[in-house]
Design a protein. Sequence first.
Length: 246
Amino acid sequence: MGFFYGYFEYLLWMLPAIIISLIAQSKVSSAYSKYSKVINRMGITGAEAARKVLSAGGVTNVQIASVGGKLTDHFDPRSNTIRLSDGVYGQTTVAAIAIAAHEAGHALQHAEGYLPNKIRSVLVPISNIGSRIGWILILIGFAFSGVSYYYYSTPTTYDSPIGDALITIGIILYSTSLLFTLITLPVEFNASKRALKIIESTGMVQGEELVGAKKTLTAAAMTYVAAALTALLQLLRIILIAKRRR
């Protein structure tokens, strides 16, 4: 009974993040589905849009290549390559221009050494390791202390210096994933801002097309907000459990 109560309590705790995540995914799917059917008046493909954004930013040494999958678009700083999905690379839709321009915005950030982007790059391996190992240490620490992750309203605990240490180290390591999601927000917003400014100033999209491009990128940005909120609530929950245990 305690497990199911605790699981229900967990769902309630994470409910805001779950709701925002569902809304974000819905908006992304809706915006992409709608504007991937709207052909831009200039007949510019996603690859051409990315190249134009790069040129407007004075960057000429970035490669543009296609990659399989749907919405798998990304900028790879290791090879200095923008990889665009099949639905973007050779397509002349408003969604294709918006997404390709956004990835080109990341390439511009990389070229100029945009500070938040540099910080995020440093945090990538740290966050990947920290989130995995952190969870393991936290759960082992709870086990040493006799605490259930799901049911902590009236936990049975006992003094365990080892458990306390493992939980503390685990929380610190897991915090790197939250830091990564937070620093990702200004990076993504800035890339979209750069993209929209250039595609508007160069006339690649106009009027309703510009509105569509903004909606596409705004919907995508919401997924990063949802990820940050999820990481924050998860971390706060772990800290609360640890405090109640003590």
